[in-house]
Design a protein around this ligand. Structure first.
Ligand SMILES: [Cu+2]
Length: 149
């Protein structure tokens, strides 16, 4: 090994240590954290129904083995007739299906991604939601509902 090779190796190791030091400084000193998976941050840890206006809602659904967390652990939500709902769907574990009967909403709940649909509930009634993707031993019991009054 000649002197040039030794210098190149020394420079490479030095740069690695310098960049690693910058990462540690960013994380500890500047409190800049690495981006995390979207399902690890709110509002995708728990389901949530957010009202924006009298007939406008945002529904964050987290699918888990084997239930749909529609609103703070509940498997149903109540909405007034004529509501327009923006549905954001994700999964906390494996791939699930999300089909709302009597609507055009048919989504996949995929870990690490958020799927979206907008639906207007013109007619009162019970809208049953079923998982249509085999997701394990409790799959057949995985259901939820939206009550429109
Ligand atoms: Cu399922």
């Amino acid at each position: 090994m000649d002197r040039a090779e030794r210098n190149a190796i020394f420079l490479a190791v030095g740069l690695l240590a310098f960049f690693f030091g910058l990462i540690v400084y960013a994380a500890r000193g500047l409190k800049i954290d690495l981006p995390t998976c979207i399902t690890d941050v709110q509002p995708f840890k728990t389901g949530q129904l957010i009202q924006h206006a009298p007939d406008r809602y945002e529904l964050h659904v987290v699918a888990r083995m084997w239930f749909f967390d529609m609103n703070k652990g509940q498997t149903y939500v109540e909405l007034p007739r004529g509501s327009v709902v923006d549905i954001y769907l994700t999964s906390a574990d494996v791939v699930h299906g999300f089909h709302i009967n009597d609507t055009n909403v048919n989504l996949m709940a995929i870990p690490g991604t958020v799927n979206y649909a907008r639906v207007k509930f013109d007619n009162p009634g019970e809208y049953h939601i079923v998982c249509h993707e085999f997701c394990g031993i409790g799959h057949q019991d995985m259901a939820a509902k939206i009550l429109v009054k």
